[in-house]
Design a protein around this ligand. Structure first.
Ligand SMILES: *Cc1c(COP(=O)(O)O)cnc(C)c1O
Length: 429
């Protein structure tokens, strides 16, 4: 469910026509629906209610502190992957007692920062990191609460760049050696292994990997407890898929059915790290058509949103639904299924102004005829959109607007040219 709907040939976000937002704030523009965001958080909370989970919203998915504040206000903790994300989560008003910190390359400074803040769990990804974490915590007179991140070695689930639990990836501890690693820190001061963590990949459109991962998790938790580790937390990560093309996503309930048996079997506190599921369909990216051109028999729509605003198509060959914001008479309503034949359309490439042939938002996409000045909406852009944006080609980063009901507010202003050089100007004496 989302709150981006067409009424009388106009795209609305909740009660606000998005064309008004583009006129007021310019393009490219990210527009978020608060109702959609909170609906998806609630869907997970409800599906897993039996386990009363700690839901750690994944900051890397969309780190805007105003969205983070909504997460915190509605009971979420935060999953952070860097010191910068920890700072963001704190700025958003998060409670560090509900923070988890993942990542294969935590620096000593980042570890100290997280220890000072008293976070709930470090998700530890290697033996070397585990020992370093213990040393640093011990030197600070603290005991670091750690969850071992296991790579459960499951069959491929998603794009090779986003699959994090097949053999040979950089993430987590191999399932074959994890017990040996855990054995090595029994009674070691500075560290307490209190959890098991896995994050399988993203986006995942089947519950099977979670079922398989959770089953392996139960066995590992039993073995870790046998070694003497007081395992209290099972963290099943994030990765729940969303609708990008049509209605392909599973409801949160399906993932709950796969995961909850492991909680019943172990009595652990469940932790989840969803990002995309919460914010993905709560955001769109608006671009305005600049030029149309034909080249080598291909039709190009050149508009002002580009790979630096949304890199997923370039990076992962991702599919985002795209449709005019104000479709003229004769243009069909946006289809339910973007892979089906769509009448009154022809194949076009939607590209941006960046000087790279990899700069595209859609290739060979069935779209109606548009003209200069028209607005295009790129749907499901709330996750890994703004978060992965850059200043490449010295493009200023887009603005972000949050809509609730018939009101809206700017939650990140468009950058300025001064912003682009500010860190360099700061170095001129
Ligand atoms: C990226 C990431 C997540 C969030 O993944 P989503 O697909 O956005 O839910 C959760 N946990 C870890 C460790 C991650 O790296």
């Amino acid at each position: 469910m989302d709150h981006f709907q067409y009424k009388n040939r106009q795209l609305y976000c909740e009660e606000v026509p998005v064309a008004e937002l583009a006129a007021k704030f310019g393009t490219p523009l990210f527009v978020y629906s608060q109702a959609t965001l909170l609906h998806h958080l609630k869907e997970i909370q409800t599906a897993f209610a039996e386990a009363n989970p700690i839901i750690c919203y994944s900051v890397k998915t969309n780190g805007n502190i105003h969205l983070g504040r909504l997460m915190a206000e509605h009971g979420a903790g935060f999953d952070v992957t860097s010191g910068g994300e920890l700072y963001r989560a704190l700025k958003a008003g998060g409670d560090p007692k509900k923070f988890v910190f993942a990542g294969v390359g935590k620096t000593d400074d980042e570890i100290r920062y997280a220890l000072e803040q008293g976070i709930m769990l470090f998700n530890v990804e290697s033996e070397a990191e585990l020992h370093n974490l213990a040393d640093i915590a011990h030197s600070m007179g603290k005991v670091a609460p750690a969850a071992l991140r296991v790579n459960p070695d499951l069959p491929p689930k998603t794009h090779v760049k986003t699959d994090t639990s097949v053999k040979g990836v950089k993430f987590g501890l191999d399932i074959e050696t994890i017990l040996e690693v855990a054995q090595g820190v029994i009674n070691r001061p500075g560290i307490s292994i209190v959890g098991l963590h896995m994050h399988l990949g993203s986006p995942i459109l089947s519950a099977d990997p979670y079922r398989m991962g959770a089953e392996k998790g139960v066995k590992l938790i039993e073995a870790l407890r046998k070694q003497g580790h007081p395992i209290k937390y099972l963290n099943m990560g994030g990765g729940f898929g969303i609708n990008y093309r049509k209605k392909e996503a599973l409801p949160a309930k399906a993932f709950a059915e796969a995961i909850l048996p492991a909680i019943r079997a172990t009595g652990c506190q469940l932790v989840l790290e969803p990002g995309r599921f919460i914010v993905g369909n709560a955001g769109i990216l608006l671009g305005r058509v600049l030029y149309l051109k034909e080249s080598g028999g291909k039709h190009y729509i050149i508009q002002d949103a580009a790979m630096n605003d949304l890199i997923r198509p370039t990076l992962y060959d991702s599919f985002h639904r795209i449709w005019p914001v104000n479709p003229p008479e004769g243009v069909p309503a946006p289809p339910e299924d973007f892979e089906a034949e769509i009448p009154n359309t022809f194949k076009q490439n939607v590209v941006g102004p960046v000087c790279e042939s990899g700069d595209f938002l859609a290739k060979d996409r069935a779209l109606p005829m548009v003209k200069r000045g028209d607005l295009l909406a790129v749907f499901s852009a709330g996750a890994y959109g703004m978060a992965m944006s850059s200043n490449y080609n010295a493009r200023v980063r887009a603005a972000e607007v949050l809509v609730t009901g018939d009101t809206f507010r700017l939650i990140r202003r468009r950058e300025t040219y001064e912003d682009l050089v500010a860190a360099e100007v700061a170095c001129t004496s």
